[in-house]
Design a protein around this ligand. Structure first.
Ligand code: SF4
Ligand code: SF4
Length: 363
C-alpha cells in the first residue's frame, strides 16, 4: 500500500512502525474471510483491510479520530485472526494498538461512554477495587430490572457470589514437591497471577501452582508484579498500560537477578500476548528496552512451558472426549496451537477440534 507520510512524521518511531505495516499491506483481502466482525456485519470498514485504510488516512493526515473511525476501531476484537491469515506479514496488532491510543487521545466520546470506560479502567486492573465492585454489583443484582442499557447488562454479568480466595499468593514462594525425598528441582518460574482473573477464578492460579510444583518446578509470585496492562492497553490508555507494565517488568527483572528465573509463566493468553510484546512496546526506552525484552523472552504460556518440561503421562485414559477451542490471543497472538491439545491427550483425554475454531472467538 502506498503511503504519504512526511519525513517529519516518520521521525516518530511509532508512526514509522505503522508506516512499515501499512506499506506491507497489498490489499489482497485474504484477511476478510477470517475476520469475525466482517463475517458478522459484512461491512468493509469492519474488516481488517477497511480498518487499515481508516487508520492510514487518520495517521497520514494527522487527524483526530472521527466518530466513524472510533466506531470501527472499537468494534475490532483484537482477535488477530487477520494477522495469522495475512500473507504479507502485516503486524495488525501493532497497528490497532496505535490506532486505539490515537482514538483515546483525540476523540471525545459521549459523556456516558467516557464515564463507563473510566470506571472500568480504574477497577479492572486492581484486584482489591475490582473485588469490592463485584461485591457491590452482586448486592445490586436482584434489582437489575430497575436499570437499563449497559448498566443492566453489566449487573447481569456480575457473579451472585465471588469464589473464595484460596490464597493471596503475592510474595510467596511455592517449593517444588519431591525435593525433601531427594528429587531434583527441575526449574524455577515466576507466575503472573494477574488482575481480573484472580478475583473471578482464583482456582486457576492455585491449580497452575500445584501442577508446576508436582512437576518439580518452584513457583514465585513477586508481590509488585500485578496487572500486565493489557486491559487498559486495549482501551487505548497507553500511559496507564505502560505504568502497569513497568511495575511487572521491574518486579520480574529484580527476581531474575536475585534468585534466577527459567521462565515467566502466564495462564491468561491475552496477558501472555501483551507480555510477549513488551520488547516491542518499550523498544525505544533507553532504560527499559532491555529489561522489557528479557521479560518477553522469558514469557511462556502455561501450555508451552508444560510441553517444554514434559507433562507426566496420565496413569489411565479418562475415557472422556473433549472439544478444544483455543483462545484467539493464544492461537493468533502467540501462535500456540498444538501444545494444549497434546497436553490434553497426554492427560488421557480424546481431543476434538471445534469447526472453524480459528475464526470464532471462544464464548
Ligand atoms: S483483529 Fe480480529 S476483529 Fe480485528 S480486524 Fe483482525 S480479524 Fe477482524
Ligand atoms: S491479508 Fe494482509 S495484505 Fe491482504 S488485505 Fe489483509 S492485511 Fe492487507
Amino acid at each position: 500500500m502506498q503511503t504519504r507520510f512526511t519525513a517529519e512524521q516518520l521521525g516518530d518511531p511509532a508512526i514509522a512502525d505503522c508506516e512499515r505495516n501499512l506499506r506491507a499491506c497489498v490489499h489482497c483481502g485474504f484477511c476478510l474471510a477470517t475476520c469475525p466482525t466482517y463475517t458478522l456485519l459484512g461491512d468493509e470498514l469492519d474488516s481488517p483491510r477497511g480498518r487499515i485504510y481508516l487508520i492510514k488516512d487518520m495517521l497520514e493526515h494527522d487527524r483526530p479520530a472521527s466518530a466513524e473511525v472510533a466506531l470501527h476501531v472499537d468494534r475490532c476484537l483484537s482477535c488477530l485472526a487477520c494477522q495469522t491469515t495475512c500473507p504479507s506479514g502485516v503486524h495488525y496488532q501493532h497497528l490497532i494498538d496505535h490506532a486505539r491510543a490515537h482514538v483515546e487521545e483525540t476523540f471525545q466520546r459521549p459523556l456516558l461512554d467516557r464515564l463507563l470506560r473510566d470506571v472500568l479502567a480504574r477497577l479492572l486492573p486492581y484486584p482489591g477495587r475490582f473485588r469490592l465492585a463485584l461485591r457491590l454489583a452482586g448486592l445490586a443484582r436482584p434489582f437489575r430490572s430497575l436499570f437499563t442499557g449497559r448498566l443492566a447488562a453489566m449487573l447481569a454479568l456480575a457473579p451472585a457470589r465471588l469464589p473464595r480466595q484460596e490464597a493471596a499468593f503475592a510474595g510467596e514462594v511455592f517449593p517444588a514437591l519431591g525435593i525433601a525425598e531427594g528429587g531434583p528441582r527441575r526449574g524455577r518460574v515466576a507466575l503472573l497471577t494477574g488482575c481480573a482473573q484472580k478475583v473471578i477464578a482464583p482456582s486457576i492460579n492455585a491449580a497452575t501452582i500445584r501442577l508446576l510444583n508436582r512437576h518439580g518446578i518452584e513457583v514465585v509470585v513477586p508481590p509488585a508484579a500485578g496487572c500486565c496492562g493489557a486491559i487498559v492497553h486495549h482501551m487505548g490508555r497507553a500511559p496507564q498500560a505502560r505504568a502497569l507494565a513497568l511495575d511487572t517488568i521491574r518486579a520480574w527483572n529484580d527476581e531474575a537477578a536475585a534468585r534466577g528465573l527459567d521462565a515467566i509463566v502466564v495462564n491468561t493468553s491475552g496477558c501472555g500476548t501483551e507480555i510477549k510484546d513488551y520488547g516491542h512496546i518499550f523498544r525505544e526506552d533507553p532504560v527499559w528496552a532491555e529489561p522489557a525484552a528479557r521479560v518477553s523472552r522469558l514469557a511462556r504460556d502455561i501450555s508451552e512451558y508444560l510441553a517444554e518440561i514434559g507433562l507426566k503421562p496420565a496413569v489411565e485414559e479418562s475415557g472422556l472426549t473433549v472439544a478444544y477451542h483455543s483462545a484467539c490471543s493464544l492461537q493468533h497472538g502467540q501462535k500456540v496451537t498444538g501444545q494444549p491439545k497434546a497436553l490434553l491427550a497426554a492427560a488421557g483425554f480424546t481431543v476434538r477440534d471445534v469447526p472453524e475454531a480459528e475464526l470464532l472467538p471462544p464464548g
